[in-house]
Design a protein around this ligand. Sequence first.
Ligand SMILES: *[C@@H]1O[C@H](CO)[C@@H](O)[C@H](O)[C@H]1NC(C)=O
Ligand SMILES: *[C@@H]1O[C@H](CO)[C@@H](O)[C@H](O)[C@H]1NC(C)=O
Ligand SMILES: [Zn+2]
Length: 446
Amino acid sequence: MFVFTLCLWFWFWLSSVHGLEFRYHNSVEMEQYLKDIHETYPDITHLHSIGQSVEGRELWVLILGQHPREHRTGIPEFKYVGNMHGNEVVSRVLLLQLIDYLTSRYLSDPLVTRLLNSSRVHILPSMNPDGFESSARDCIYTVGRYNKNGVDLNRNFPDAFAGNTEQEREKEVRAVMDWLKTESFVLSANLHGGAVVASYPYDNSNGGSELQKGYSMSPDDDVFIQLANTYSYSHSEMHNGKGCYGSPDFTNGITNGYYWYPLQGGMQDYNYVWAQCLELTLEISCCKFPPESQLPGLWEANKPALLAYIQQVHLGVKGVVTDSYGMPAVNAVVEVAGRKNLCPFRTDHNGEYYRLLLPGNYTITVTYAGHNTLRQTIQVPYGPDTFSALTHNFFLQKSDYSSKATQLPPSCTTANLGVPQSDSATLLPSVFTTLTLLLLQTLLLS
Ligand SMILES: *[C@@H]1O[C@H](CO)[C@@H](O)[C@H](O)[C@H]1NC(C)=O
Ligand SMILES: *[C@@H]1O[C@H](CO)[C@@H](O)[C@H](O)[C@H]1NC(C)=O
Ligand SMILES: [Zn+2]
């Protein structure tokens, strides 16, 4: 009996020291791993499926945090999405390693403990399990990139700059769009391979004022650059900006998506424009499907960056907007002066807003039907250092005259969140841009 206990203890010790094996787990093994992790750490994890792939594989999401089962006021929601292109597989491995790292170190490692106490981290290790199962183990080929229907999932989202609203959505894309309606995600990244660079919105343009010298600039460009630099400089090599396989270098290892190459129907623009979630596209390895022996090194190179990027969820300001009865004001428009977002940021069903901003002074305007418009200037510190954005609540007063809510562009209303209307005049594409995009899209794939 004693020997048996000793063996058991030794086995636990071994698995806690060595953790998860560095190899490619297939979909069945991955599902088993996620279930085991949830069973081992039920207090800080929650496992659920956001839908199924075309071939019926579950799209598993593991949530990590002090309160994994539900949102808490003031705790921002963060997400990582891996393996969207089925043959870009490093992210799938690294996100499982990240799960292993975060769960095994909670309450012993100060950084991990503070991250999980201050934010709720959602991890979808594979958005395209069907593509993964059909992938060629190759560095550059595209076998396995697409879903079972042969569709590129990172070209299948509604696009604010293109009239692709009637396009059919793939099951995997529909699942992510529905997922975005269930949580107010604040910050996100989707992980790819074939390059080493942090790419940020916009990925597309219709030649409007956002287009500046081949760069499609969003109103939150300063924040996106800070987010991309955080990843590239926390990564052991990305900031050196070396292009893979002789392709051009990237200054500081970051790039505007459109400037690199324009693409239509991408996930990061969709998150930013319609879900108020700032998202980067992280390219984390030159080789899309490297030999397993390279996986530990890739984990060491990316680990500090994956952690530092989560901490950026605490940039800026957050809070609750209440109406004249002290109740949460839902869908109140919260605008930062000088930032004209395509869809204005609004409070969610809890009356909460989150706005990622660099340190500085900002004037914020809150508009809500039947209430006086509030305009306040606030001083925003650097939140990540304290693991919290500045909390600033807004208390609205009934207006004496009948004031109306800000008119949202039709494609921005909550009812249409995933289904933008095609009659929105400001968001029409130019035929020329669309054609150029289609051409480039077929030439450049990463
Ligand atoms: C994190 O939360 C746990 C559980 O409430 C608590 O025991 C711990 O002291 C907290 N740690 C930090 C660093 O906030
Ligand atoms: C922000 O405002 C405060 C208080 O008015 C002022 O002291 C500070 O210098 C301002 N900071 C910036 C960056 O303008
Ligand atoms: Zn990719």
